[in-house]
Every structure is written in structure tokens, then in C-alpha cells.
Design a binder for this molecule. Structure first.
Ligand code: PNW
Length: 479
């Protein structure tokens, strides 16, 4: 498909947001310093065999102590925005307002002030997977009490930091929290209930998101003038054969189970996609259960949830081929079987340092159009990037090509497809703790030496490439 491959020269709309991202547990370290409470990832990483090579985030990039250096790296690249996350237990050590950690508040105040001093605008994520352990012990996201606790936490963040934060993201990738945290158990808290708990957990997360958004909308928006939204993730699904109706439906179903699960309630009508409701209900009955494994929202809840995001935050990395599959009724009940879809990646697509991530730039353009057509909200790409394995490499060809190609697909989506994309965020500013893979996969535009207690950062060539795109606001002819 030559149209797919042709490089498009041109610039992005005026005011386009260029950013890079990190998250608290992945970079901060200082896991038990200055009154921070224990989080679920502290517990998980301190448990034998949870993480590759026994790695932990105890020190990570030590950004708790080195945040000024991080800001200087962004400044050198000419970045105007920075997406980071707040560690809930650093602010509220036991997860509740009973105990506010002033040192934690001071840390984020200092970081935000340092950013503003350097003309970098913060985009802040409230929850990037590090739940206070005290709340995890009570059932975490499977206990609906956490909805009010999250709202309290969100409100203290709006109150303390909101005068300098114009963009809030409530949750980063709730799909991962549900499916990997409470379904496959690959991520903290390591629970394996893929057929049931995943749906209850997401149900509570959607309600917690809506509540925090309403708090911002009711009490802070007028005063602070910012925006609040949610970030969802997922692979694009391309029908294996576009002329085969069953393949086209399968791809749509896959995307509804991935994005629609959260986006349909929040952006469309307060409720789950019809296809999820029908499939999960009919399978639950066939499995001998009295009710659907997918919980229901009340009428009141639907009205409360609908329209609770000012933008669509999108984390996008890769693409799958999809076809219909019919072995879906098999036991035990599982999120993987519920959609009746089979997906895989083409062996010919270039590999990265992560088994799940193959380089498929055209998938991003199609995904942007898919999201735009269904949810009609301004899109902020809140993550996009690629990993290499743990080698010392500064001329990171794969990553340079990746950013050039993927960012170009974003330009095509805007210019050729009319998609309303407002920003792009590179994952990541720094090599960091890559969850269950520990330090064995590197996503950074800066190399971090995790064997050196000083955690020195060194720019990779991708940092200068991205910086050039940012400074030129796109691709001018002579690139
Ligand atoms: C995102 N997968 O997570 C996260 O938001 C980041 O914290 C993370 O470092 C980054 O992507 C790179 O992985 C994902 O297995 C984690 O499909 C795992 C998957 C996808 C996204």
C-alpha cells in the first residue's frame, strides 16, 4: 500500500502539545523515604520471582532526588510539556486523608515549580498503578470503598497543585490494572481472576474516574481553568482480510472489548458496549451462572458517568491482526474468550525489546481515526514509544526510525483524515523500571546506568531527533 508508506512533509497545528512521559513508581525510587507509604508495587517487587532478575523500583532512576536534572534534560530538548504521575502513598501514606504527608506534597510542589521555572507545563496523572498497600489489603480496586478514597486523593491533588496544572489524567490504562493486575496476575497485586474480578475492578475504576472528574468540574474547573480526562490504551486491530465481514466484525469487537469497555461509558452513553453486554451475559448463562459476569450500571450511574472526560488520552504502541474465533465458550470463564476473537502479529513486522511490541506505524493512524469516529473528543496521545533490550546503545536506530515513522502517521491522521489530535507524548524521557520486565527493557530517549549509584543520564540520538521534530513542529522539507 504505497499511500500507507509515503512520508508526509508538513507541520502540526499551531499550539500542538509536544511532551514526554514517565510515571512515579517507574522513576522516583525513594520507596520508603520521607514518610512515603508502601504501595502495591513495593510489595509485589519485594516478593520473590515477581519481576525479571528480581529487580525493584526501590531506587529506579532516583528521580525523587534528581528531578532537577530530569527537568534540565527536557529543557535541553525544547519540550514544553511533561507528563508525570503522582504517587498516591507518597501524598497519603495510608491512602486516606487521616494522614497527609507534607514531605510528599513538598516534593511535587518542587517538581511543578521547577517545571514552570523552565517553561514546561505539567500534565499530571493521578493513578499510574501504584495503589497504597493499605487499600490493596482491603481488596484494592475490587472493593468499592476505594472510589471515595480515590476521590479524596484526587481532590487534595487538585487543591494543592491545581493552580499550576492545566491537564489532569485520572487513570493511566485501566485495562492494564484490571487485566494484568487482577486477571493474569503479571502485575501488582498479582491476582489471577481473569473471568470475573477484572469486570468488577473496571466497574469501580470507571466510577472512581467519574467521581473525580465531577469533583474537578464542580469545585476546581472554574477557579483553575484546566481539563480532566482519562488515558486508555490498546493495540489497534486490523481485520486480517478486509473483504471478509466476519474479520471486520472481529476487529471491531476486539477494539470494543479493549477501548470500548471504558470509553463507551465515559464518552458515549454511560454504559458498556452492546457487544460486551450480550457476549458476556450469554456466556455467563451458558457457564451456569445466574447473572452476567459483567456488572450493570444503574440509570443514575449512567447519567453520572456519561461525558466525564474533557479529552481522550491515548497510549498506543502496536497493532494486531484479528479474525473471528469460536472456541470462546471454553471453561473457565475468561476475558480472553469472551470476545470470540483471535489476534496475532505478523512475523514480518519489526520486533522491539518487548515481546508484545512490534513496530507498525500505519496502525496508529488507523487507531486515531477509529477513536475519533466513535468518541468525538480531542485526542491527546499520552504515550507512544519503543523498547530495546538492555544494552548500552546511544545511536538507537530503531527508536529514531520509530519516532519518525509514528509521528508522521499522526501528521497524516490530522492532515489527511481530519482527526482532532492535540498532542503527542513520547514514552519515555528516561530508561526506567519496566514493570514485570524490570530494567531488562529500555524505552528511554536518555540512557540511565542502573549499576551506578548516581544513576547518570546520557542522551541517546533519539532525544535529538525528537527534539528536532518538536522545534520544527513537524517535518519540514529538508529533513
Ligand atoms: C504502558 N502490554 O504500559 C505504561 O503506561 C507504561 O508505564 C509502560 O512503561 C509503557 O506502556 C511501556 O510498556 C503497557 O504488555 C504495559 O501490552 C504493557 C503492555 C502495554 C502497555
Amino acid at each position: 500500500d504505497p499511500e500507507r508508506d509515503a512520508f508526509l512533509y508538513g507541520t502540526f497545528p499551531e499550539g500542538f502539545i509536544w511532551s514526554s512521559a514517565t510515571s512515579s513508581y517507574q522513576i522516583e525510587g525513594a520507596w520508603n523515604e520521607d514518610g512515603k507509604g508502601v504501595c502495591n508495587w513495593d510489595t509485589f517487587s519485594h516478593t520473590k520471582c515477581s519481576i525479571q532478575n528480581g529487580d525493584t523500583g526501590d531506587v529506579a532512576c532516583d528521580s525523587y532526588h534528581k528531578y532537577k536534572e530530569d527537568v534540565a534534560l527536557m529543557k535541553a530538548m525544547g519540550l514544553k510539556y511533561y507528563r508525570f504521575s503522582i504517587s498516591w502513598p507518597r501524598v497519603l501514606p495510608d491512602g486516606t486523608l487521616n494522614n497527609v504527608n507534607e514531605a510528599g506534597i513538598a516534593y511535587y510542589n518542587n517538581l511543578i515549580d521547577e517545571l514552570r521555572l523552565n517553561d514546561i507545563i505539567p500534565m499530571v496523572t493521578l493513578f499510574h498503578w501504584d495503589t497504597p498497600q493499605t487499600l490493596e489489603d482491603l481488596g484494592g480496586w475490587d472493593n468499592e470503598d476505594i472510589i471515595d478514597r480515590f476521590n479524596d486523593y484526587a481532590e487534595i491533588c487538585f487543591k494543592k497543585f491545581g493552580d499550576r496544572v492545566p491537564l489532569w489524567i485520572t487513570f493511566n490504562e485501566p485495562w492494564i490494572t484490571s487485566v494484568k493486575g487482577y486477571g493474569t496476575g503479571e502485575f501488582a497485586p498479582g491476582i489471577k481472576e481473569i473471568g470475573t474480578k477484572v469486570y468488577r475492578v473496571s466497574h469501580n475504576i470507571i466510577k472512581a474516574h467519574a467521581k473525580a472528574w465531577h469533583t474537578y468540574d464542580d469545585k476546581y474547573r472554574k477557579l483553575q481553568g484546566g481539563k480532566a480526562g482519562i488515558t486508555l490504551d490498546g493495540d489497534f486491530a486490523e481485520p486480517f482480510d478486509r473483504s471478509n465481514k466476519a474479520h471486520v466484525e472481529a476487529a471491531e469487537t476486539f477494539l470494543q472489548f479493549k477501548f470500548g469497555w471504558f470509553a463507551h461509558p465515559i464518552f458515549v452513553n454511560g454504559d458498556y458496549p452492546e457487544i460486551m453486554k450480550t457476549k458476556i451475559a450469554s456466556k455467563s448463562i451458558a457457564q451456569g451462572l445466574g447473572t452476567s459476569r459483567l456488572p450493570e450500571f444503574s440509570q443514575e450511574e449512567k447519567a453520572y458517568i456519561k461525558g466525564t472526560s474533557d479529552f481522550f488520552g491515548l497510549n498506543a504502541y502496536t497493532t494486531q491482526y484479528a479474525t473471528d474465533a469460536t472456541e470462546g465458550l471454553s471453561h473457565p470463564p475468561s476475558y480472553w474468550n469472551d470476545p470470540d476473537v483471535k489476534t496475532w502479529q505478523d512475523e514480518g513486522w519489526p520486533k522491539s525489546g518487548s515481546s508484545w511490541l512490534r513496530v507498525v506505524p500505519w496502525g496508529l493512524r488507523r487507531l486515531l481515526k477509529w477513536v475519533n469516529d466513535r468518541y468525538h473528543a480531542p485526542i491527546y496521545i499520552t504515550e507512544n514509544g519503543v523498547s530495546t533490550s538492555d544494552v548500552f546503545e546511544l545511536d538507537d536506530q530503531l527508536r529514531q526510525k520509530f519516532y519518525q515513522a509514528y509521528v508522521n502517521e499522526v501528521l497524516k491522521a490530522i492532515k489527511l483524515d481530519g482527526v482532532d489530535v492535540r498532542g503527542y507524548t513520547a514514552w519515555s524521557l528516561l530508561d526506567n523500571f519496566e514493570w514485570a520486565s524490570g530494567y531488562s527493557e529500555r524505552f528511554g530517549m536518555h540512557y540511565v546506568d542502573f549499576n551506578d549509584p548516581e544513576r547518570p543520564r546520557t542522551a541517546k540520538k533519539s532525544a535529538s531527533l525528537y527534539s528536532k521534530i518538536v522545534k520544527e513542529n513537524g517535518f519540514v522539507k529538508e529533513l
